[in-house]
Design a protein around this ligand. Sequence first.
Ligand SMILES: Nc1nc2c(c(=O)[nH]1)N[C@H]1C(S)=C(S)[C@@H](COP(=O)(O)OP(=O)(O)OC[C@H]3O[C@@H](n4cnc5c(=O)[nH]c(N)nc54)[C@H](O)[C@@H]3O)O[C@H]1N2
Ligand SMILES: Nc1nc2c(c(=O)[nH]1)N[C@H]1C(S)=C(S)[C@@H](COP(=O)(O)OP(=O)(O)OC[C@H]3O[C@@H](n4cnc5c(=O)[nH]c(N)nc54)[C@H](O)[C@@H]3O)O[C@H]1N2
Ligand code: SF4
Ligand SMILES: [Mo]
Length: 677
Amino acid sequence: MNETITTYCRMCLDECCIDVNVNDGKITDIRGNKKHPWSEGRICVKGKAAKDWVYSKDRIKKPLKKNANGWEEISLEKAIDEIAEKMNKLKEEYGAQSMSVWKGEATGFNQQEEYIRRFCHAFGTPNFFSCDSICFASVYMAYCLVEGTRPTPDFENSKYIIIWGTNPIYTHINMAARIKKARENGAKLVVIDPRKTITASSADMYVQIKPGTDGALALGIINLIIKNSWYDKDFVDRYTIGFDKLKNYAQKFTPDYVEKETGVSKDILYSIARDFYLNSPRALNHSGNGIEHHENGVNNTRLIASIGALCGCIDKIGGELLMRGIGSRSLTLYNEIPLEDIKPIGSDEYPLLYKYRKECNSMLGIETILSGDPYDIKGMIVTAANPVLTNPNSNKVKKALEKLELLVVRDLFMTETAKLADYILPAASFLERSELVLHSSIKRVGLRKRILKYEDCQDEYEFLESLSKKLGIKKYFPWNNEDCVNKWLLKRTDVSYDELNESKLGIKYGDIKYKKYEKEPFNTPSGKIEFVSEYLKDFGYSELPEYKSPSYNDLSNKDYPYVLVTGARKLYHVQSRKDTMPNYLKEKIFPEVEIHPNDAERLKLKDKDIVRVNSKIGSIEMPVKIVGQTDILPGVIQITHGWNSSNVNLITDDLTNDSLSGFPNLRSLPVSLEKVN
Ligand SMILES: Nc1nc2c(c(=O)[nH]1)N[C@H]1C(S)=C(S)[C@@H](COP(=O)(O)OP(=O)(O)OC[C@H]3O[C@@H](n4cnc5c(=O)[nH]c(N)nc54)[C@H](O)[C@@H]3O)O[C@H]1N2
Ligand SMILES: Nc1nc2c(c(=O)[nH]1)N[C@H]1C(S)=C(S)[C@@H](COP(=O)(O)OP(=O)(O)OC[C@H]3O[C@@H](n4cnc5c(=O)[nH]c(N)nc54)[C@H](O)[C@@H]3O)O[C@H]1N2
Ligand code: SF4
Ligand SMILES: [Mo]
């Protein structure tokens, strides 16, 4: 039988709507669905490749248990039995908090993540680690502090778009398409990045900035906006607090100072501030990973957020919208089982990360496994993550995972993390599970369809339900399958599950409402937009979003004269999922160091020569790619993460972190370079 099933890709977080052709139960083709208003037929090479990815010969389809000689296949039932028995033993001996779960990017940040949060509290441990604590938690926290939530940029209707540290043409193809539409209607795009990315090359203005100095640039813009009375006085008076303090602080960020600190000329600074004002309120800022992975990431982002707030671009058409979600029920058990007596790891050091995100700092998780302080962590379930390649200081991550008494990894492939496990459980891919798919910026919900089924490859729900049965906590997983959960989740919304199930392209859930703040307070402690935060003061932080010059400028780092930016995405692969992407990808991909021609010349390097990159943590070797004169700032190099053969996280630092979020510095690391002969 030949049929076409409409569903959503989850090779990355853009969740494009796709049509999957299935012939006699086998996927033969994946195409973009042209009718869906989110992705309008767009599909990238990774989405196309999903067809080969799910059928890869390397896929793990049976549970594996480690023994003295390597791996043995065991039945799923036996594996779950043994894991449950070991977990209960750890609970008895060290307490439930000695168990933990670590969730990665590949299953998303909604429903699959909530199952795990639920499971942790049902078992009795608050120790939920996730890639979120090095992915988007920092930008989320920053916007919560200023505006009470992270806004959704109204790209299509905007006239002036500034994007800071993100490359959507590679990383968020649907956002890039929305920006393109705005530009067709006359909007101007400004891209701020130390590297001239494909998005930067096509922008109206490319601003080449020194890594980690965006806060100084934002303060320079704020200073000019206030000095020239370009801000929205009425909005500021009525709906914000802390204006005078921000004004005084920003005065130090004169155009001369900003030019010296950031490398951005006074003329460019002036034209950004003026054009933002001229286009307000149809003007917006949006920032990505490039702003987060720094020692001062949260405050730099708070400053970026303050620009839109000053100009009154909040919750207005073409500005930064404060969208409401669908209102689905929460699967977490924070009210039912609050676990107040157990300190979640990192909640003392980074209280705000725990307050806003209810998650533990993953770098401190690794530290705790090794030190046993404040208590023992002895067991971990890792799902949809490969922290040995993706978390900073890989050797330390590896050492910690090796020390565990129980490590269970759920994945489709034998990853570097899976190799350390006691048990590997085969996981279902996104084509093998059913879940709600939310496109919140267009207020649409869809249903991912289960298209394939391998007997032992469980989805997250099946796994946690079967494990909870053995652990005696089945009552917290009462649903028969994910379809029942989907129904339960939607119960209090305006969307009927049955209708959703019938609909091919999902359902719109309500309209966008603007200027909601006229009737209700912002979701901040004061109910207003907060340029300064009294709340932060209570935790011992400065109330102002202060700027800190990056530590590569410290004299103590003079032996490391280059600045390493890591993690810039390529179109062809996601994170560490490289070796598992089938070979038919058009572009051969390999790890490389992007370097400026002048730096290459100084080091006598030709294209593809091998260079050694040294940080305070360690060294790695890799071929260089000499880029164009204006493609990267001299003195800055870039290495994409996630390669096992040359893993940049062997030299990234896990402990020089942002004091508010605990995010590691992955994008302005002092390093030295030497040619390898
Ligand atoms: N140096 C440096 N390091 C970084 C970054 C950086 O910029 N620089 N970026 C960070 C960011 S933003 C992130 S989000 C993290 C990501 O880090 P991780 O969350 O560790 O992401 P992946 O490396 O993609 O690992 C995902 C794993 O999930 C598996 N998988 C795929 N689909 C499924 C599924 O449906 N179920 C299950 N159970 N498994 C599945 C894949 O095979 C893969 O092994 O990396 C971070 N690391
Ligand atoms: N193809 C593909 N798409 C992806 C992913 C993937 O791995 N592959 N990963 C997904 C995930 S989990 C995430 S979190 C997102 C990340 O999405 P993006 O945030 O778009 O990630 P990057 O490609 O790293 O783009 C960040 C840019 O910031 C720049 N940058 C570095 N330091 C600074 C700085 O100090 N200031 C400024 N202004 N810029 C700086 C870098 O040069 C880089 O061009 O992408 C998602 N989409
Ligand atoms: S951008 Fe590509 S990988 Fe991401 S959801 Fe869309 S098709 Fe899939
Ligand atoms: Mo991420």
